[in-house]
Design a protein around this ligand. Structure first.
Ligand code: ATP
Length: 234
């Protein structure tokens, strides 16, 4: 079943026509990866879903309900968690304060969600009283994902979590994201093809604001021509 459906989105940033008829769907319980070169429009797609950069035409449906055209805080309240590329942390808050704030803003089984995040990311427990601004890049990313999951466990939109992290940290993070599939659906923007293709079920490739390819991840792994043309992988 399709949990999230984007239909023919056209989004402008100022005078620039960024998303040019983007349609895609995310299956419930899957990891769907959105690939594409720098500037292809991946971040804008996530920001359009969240209502930060609304589209001028087209629609976004979540659980068959139209969410395009409503304010971001109401979209988030429907259970969609967003992890932006820069993580959007308040660096003066500790891990504890950050997660408690997410808990306070959330409804449902917040205690269980918090416990599961601490089990999945033990570093967060270890650095419980540390200010988030002082965490390592990987730990900040874990905190951002945990916060988003506590806020909205129906769907997580994660923007390039591997950016700037060491290969070992990327591997650890991808394993955790894969485990999160047990309890949530994930739309992941990634440029790290090797890692993302290991954990993704489905993929979309964007180029110049349009979806140019989509399908099962297994098929993409075998499609050397597409990988080379759009993802720069030999
Ligand atoms: N505020 C803005 N005003 C005008 N153009 C913008 C603005 N922000 C981004 N763009 C342009 O929109 C296009 C899409 O950007 P977007 O960040 O969505 O791409 P991306 O695929 O996520 O790339 P990256 O991996 O570099 O983040 C790019 O050409 C970018 O230069």
């Amino acid at each position: 079943m399709s949990l999230l459906k984007l239909d023919n989105l056209e989004t402008y940033l100022g005078q620039y026509h960024i998303l040019q008829g983007v349609s895609m769907s995310v299956e419930e319980g899957s990891i769907t990866v959105l690939f594409g070169r720098n500037g292809a429009g991946k971040t804008t797609t996530l920001r359009t879903i969240m209502g930060f950069n609304p589209s001028t035409t087209g629609s976004v449906h979540y659980h068959d309900q139209k969410i395009s055209g409503i304010p971001t805080h109401l979209i988030s309240r429907k259970g969609i968690g967003y992890v932006p590329e820069n993580q959007g942390m308040f660096s003066a808050l500790t891990v504890e304060e950050t997660l408690n704030l997410a808990k306070a803003k959330s409804t449902g089984e917040t205690e269980e969600k918090m416990e599961w995040m601490l089990e999945l990311f033990p570093d967060l427990k270890k650095f419980w009283s540390k200010k988030s601004g002082l965490l390592s890049g990987g730990q900040k990313q874990m905190l951002a994902i945990a916060r988003a999951y506590i806020n909205g466990d129906g769907l997580l939109l994660i923007d390039e979590p591997s950016k700037g992290l060491s290969p070992i940290m990327v591997e650890k993070l991808m394993e955790s994201i894969l485990k999160m599939k047990e309890k949530t659906t994930i739309l992941l923007v990634e440029q790290n093809f090797l890692m993302a293709s290991e954990i993704g079920d489905y993929f979309y490739i964007m180029d110049d604001g349009k979806i140019v390819h989509d399908g099962c991840m297994q098929d993409l792994k075998e499609d050397k021509e597409t990988c080379q043309k759009y993802l720069g992988i030999a």
